[in-house]
Design a protein around this ligand. Structure first.
Ligand SMILES: Cc1cc2nc3c(=O)[nH]c(=O)nc-3n(C[C@H](O)[C@H](O)[C@H](O)COP(=O)(O)OP(=O)(O)OC[C@H]3O[C@@H](n4cnc5c(N)ncnc54)[C@H](O)[C@@H]3O)c2cc1C
Length: 262
């Protein structure tokens, strides 16, 4: 994945007409100045999860706690689509924290609030011209304050669900996040945040100045180069990204079949 990213980034950024490009090289002659691909690596997006909200069972239970239930919800009713994907999950810091409290795995259950319509945007950068040079990933998670607001609202939804009367048979007490407020709650979000592994958007499709590929997946300004993966999404999908990536691949196959009469 790293080599592949590097190849795409370095090839495209070398062709880039952006004077701020980190990888300007001998390829950067005026002949390429019309190429509009300086946005490669920008517009990086990801879903994020927050580990985690935890409740103790009355008795140790045999009910598994991994992705048994998923909830899509709006943290603000005025939104067009759900922006929270809340999932039953016990990863990240949760196991360690519970162990520190002296609790065995079967004695608690956990829900991870997740944000799937983030406003924050990150960036990929090359650190050098060699294909094995590292790629710098600046995800910029929570850089937009609305994402923190959504994360906190998402935690409140988890607490409302789990502390509801219907779930009392499964709740002896709430272990995390409890009644944290203000900065303490924001720190809870920052300490628990992890990727949902749904990175997308760093070579976006479209017709605006941010766009890298057109509607046929062709890279603007470079002949015979197409991109067909999650990076072409203008905006990360609300749901998980694997199925949309399959559709992008299938569409790429159709386009190539049509173009070359295969
Ligand atoms: C741990 C994890 C868990 C996930 N869980 C889910 C899930 O439950 N549900 C879901 O919907 N999504 C899930 N995803 C996300 C989903 O897998 C990705 O969004 C999707 O696979 C991205 O597809 P892609 O084609 O953009 O990139 P990739 O799937 O990463 O494909 C890139 C391909 O390029 C190849 N490659 C790399 N370098 C080179 C090179 N130099 N030359 C040629 N080929 C190269 C790689 O081998 C790879 O096959 C998960 C992701 C991760 C990492």
């Amino acid at each position: 994945m790293r080599l592949y990213c590097h190849w795409v980034l370095s090839t495209l950024q070398r062709y880039s007409c952006n004077p701020a490009s980190e990888t300007r090289s001998s390829w950067d002659t005026s002949e390429f100045l019309s190429y509009n691909i300086s946005q490669v690596g920008h517009n990086l997006q990801d879903h994020f999860l927050i580990y985690g909200c935890v409740w103790e069972y009355h008795q140790p239970s045999v009910i598994p706690n991994a992705a048994r239930a998923v909830l899509f919800w709006k943290t603000d009713p005025d939104l067009d689509t759900p922006n929270a994907q809340i999932v039953q999950s016990d990863g990240g810091r949760v196991r360690d924290e519970m162990k520190n409290l002296g609790l065995v795995n079967d004695s608690w259950w956990s829900i991870a609030p997740g944000i799937v319509r983030p406003k924050s945007r990150g960036r990929l950068r090359l650190t050098g011209p060699d294909p094995v040079d590292e790629i710098k990933i600046e995800l910029n998670t929570l850089s937009d304050p609305d994402d923190m607001k959504a994360a906190i609202a998402s935690i409140e939804i988890c607490r409302e669900v789990a502390n509801a009367t219907a779930l009392r048979p499964f709740v002896k007490r709430e272990l995390m996040a409890g009644n944290l407020k203000g900065m303490a709650l924001a720190d809870f979000v920052r300490d628990g945040i992890v990727t949902y592994w749904h990175q997308a958007g760093s070579a976006k499709m479209g017709r605006d100045p941010m766009s890298v590929v057109d509607s046929n997946l062709k890279v603007y300004g470079v002949n015979n180069l197409r991109i067909a993966d999650g990076s072409i999404m203008p905006r990360v999908t609300t749901g998980n990204t694997m199925a949309p990536c399959v559709v992008i691949g299938e569409r790429a196959a159709e386009i190539l079949k049509e173009q070359y009469n295969l």
